[in-house]
Design a protein. Structure first.
Length: 97
């Protein structure tokens, strides 16, 4: 049985983590769009594996569970990032000018 490292199969949310967007040549919106696309890809992959498993195809249960957990973790992380962005926006709006 072959076990791949998780870091090989999960794309980082921010491709230039820690680096300003000017250095990566991408806008903030483009970076967010790519991150959401990656999360969507993980969700779609998990759905496909679950459907194949339910149909009785040759899918091992541990592989299906790993794919579903990766998708779940990515979605939870995305929701937490969204919550922090909203919280930061609300804090900025409360500032006195």
């Amino acid at each position: 049985m072959r076990i791949d490292a998780i870091s090989q199969s999960i794309q980082p949310i921010a491709t230039g983590a820690g680096a300003p967007t000017e250095q990566t040549g991408q806008s903030f919106g483009q970076t967010i769009k790519e991150a959401l696309s990656g999360v969507n890809k993980l969700q779609t992959n998990a759905d496909d594996v679950a459907a194949r498993f339910a149909q009785g195809d040759a899918v091992e249960i541990h592989q299906a569970m790993i794919e579903m957990q990766k998708a779940s973790t990515a979605l939870q992380f995305t929701i937490q990032v969204r919550n922090k962005i909203i919280e930061a926006y609300q804090e900025i709006m409360r500032m006195q000018v």
